[in-house]
Design a protein around this ligand. Structure first.
Ligand code: UD1
Length: 436
């Protein structure tokens, strides 16, 4: 079992390169099999979720060649069936993107129900409603979503809830449907826009991505493309939060500052200095930070994926802060772990009432999920003394070289591997040969 051993109390200082967006990559990888021509994708983050996604694609016949750590050539012409049996896929939420991609291209898909972080109820009714709206028959049987259509026809689809996954999935199912689809109340997250840009570069006709009304004119087929995935908003935001938590000074490089505004606006409000340029954002924190109120909302609101990191900072800030989680119904599980480091946080329903403490003290803590895991690491880096963070496999689902990047910023963090017989490991994968 891998663990992080962290000695806290050192301000993190320096520059950090941000990788490709995990959540955009997962959608784009799935969509890459929607043409029979070869697609080149750059800036794919080397994290567990993207590796599991590619392994599942390979299991149905996609050919994937790794050109370097972040660049892949993908060809979907030899896909021989649309039934995903791969075990690993059950562990990631984005498995559902293979339903939209396969249904859109082959009019047929059978994919195990999605897993991913346990953040409470994670329904897929809006995905199913969208597929059915386009004319597909969709059933859930023996733990899999089974979708089939003789013909997909464009339709007017009103999402009852703003959902990133459902918006992306319906776009994929609709790009090669007959006629025009309109998605109302669509999600506006940067990765929805990235997926639409990717599909448009393959010949799709999608307009309005980034607004709440997306219009898609179906095209008969898609073609090859070369595409670079956008930088990861949440990875970048996490390092900015690490600067704030440790009284540090961090510049995130290779980012789209506009995507980070909703995050650094809060840091600025509690007293951090923020500077942005074309593709960099710098956060400097000196002295005790202030308190605030935060409510998670769909983009461009404050992202739910930054909520645990923000709570960790507010737990050491002056006065009382309130954090309200409005996207997921079980996203404060990490608060019990943070309490081991001396925090004073009371959770009532979907609200955390945070009384800032002077500082955290090192403890043994377990990462409950991806983002909360990263947040606890940040807390440990700020804490006095040594911490041990277990279950780091959750963090590795979405952060490439997390401990190495933190160490480069001066964090005293080490990854150690202790054998554990009961460990439920992810199956690792390798893709062809690395061609230089
Ligand atoms: C995606 C992100 C995740 C992020 C989340 C919100 C990926 C792989 N994951 O997750 O990191 O935290 O967006 O920004 O991109 N809902 C329904 N019915 C549905 C779909 C969703 O009720 O059919 C609800 C969910 O339970 C949740 C809310 O809508 O309460 C938002 O979910 P959604 O935007 O779909 O999140 P994901 O796509 O799962």
């Amino acid at each position: 079992m891998e663990k992080y051993i962290i000695k806290g109390g050192t301000p993190l200082v320096g520059e950090v390169e941000i990788g490709g967006a995990k959540n955009a990559a997962l959608a784009i990888l799935a969509a890459s099999i929607m043409t029979d021509e070869t697609v080149l994708i750059e800036n794919v983050p080397d994290v567990r979720d993207t590796n599991v996604m590619m392994q599942s694609m390979e299991s149905i016949g996609a050919q994937i060649v790794k050109l370097d750590r972040h660049t892949y050539k993908i060809n979907g012409s030899r896909i021989h069936n649309q039934v995903i049996l791969n075990e690993g896929i059950k562990k990631i939420r984005a498995s559902y993107y293979l339903i939209g991609a396969l249904l859109g291209k082959y009019r047929n898909a059978e994919v195990p129900l999605p897993g991913g972080c346990n953040l409470g109820t994670r329904a897929i009714d809006q995905h199913i409603k969208g597929f059915r709206g386009l004319g597909a028959t969709v059933n859930v049987r023996h733990g899999s979503v089974i979708a089939h259509a003789e013909n997909l026809r464009g339709a007017h689809i009103f999402m009852d809830k703003v959902s990133v996954g459902a918006t992306i999935n319906v776009i994929m199912a609709a790009v090669m449907a007959e006629g025009r689809t309109v998605i109302e109340n669509a999600a506006k997250e940067p990765h929805v826009v990235d997926l639409a840009n990717f599909l448009n570069s393959m010949g799709a006709n999608i307009k309005g991505a980034g607004t709440d009304v997306i219009r898609i004119n179906g095209v008969p087929k898609l073609h090859k493309t070369e595409y670079t995935i956008i930088p990861d908003q949440i990875e970048a935001g996490t390092y900015l939060m690490a600067a704030a938590a440790t009284q540090g000074d961090i510049t995130v490089k290779n980012v789209i500052p506009k995507h980070l505004e909703c995050i650094y606006a809060k840091l600025s409000e509690i007293g951090c200095q923020v500077q942005e340029s074309d593709d960099e954002v710098r956060v400097v924190a000196t002295g005790k930070l202030g308190n605030t109120q935060v409510k998670t909302l769909p983009y461009p609101g404050f992202p739910t994926d930054m909520q645990p990191q923000m709570t960790v900072i507010l737990g050491m800030s002056q006065g009382i802060s309130i954090v309200t989680e409005s996207i997921f119904d079980n996203r404060f599980k990490y608060v019990d772990e943070l309490a081991r480091m001396g925090s004073d946080i009371k959770v009532e329903g979907n609200t955390a009432i945070i009384t800032g403490v002077d500082r955290y003290t090192g403890a043994e803590i377990a990462a409950p999920d991806l983002r909360a895991g990263a947040a606890l690491v940040i807390g440990a880096l700020a804490a006095e003394g040594e911490s041990v963070v277990t279950d780091v496999r959750y963090i590795q689902r979405g952060y490439e070289d997390f401990h190495l990047k933190l160490a480069k910023l001066g964090g005293q963090i080490e990854l150690v591997d202790v054998p554990d017989e009961n460990e439920n490991n992810y199956t690792e994968t390798s893709f062809g040969k690395v061609v230089s």
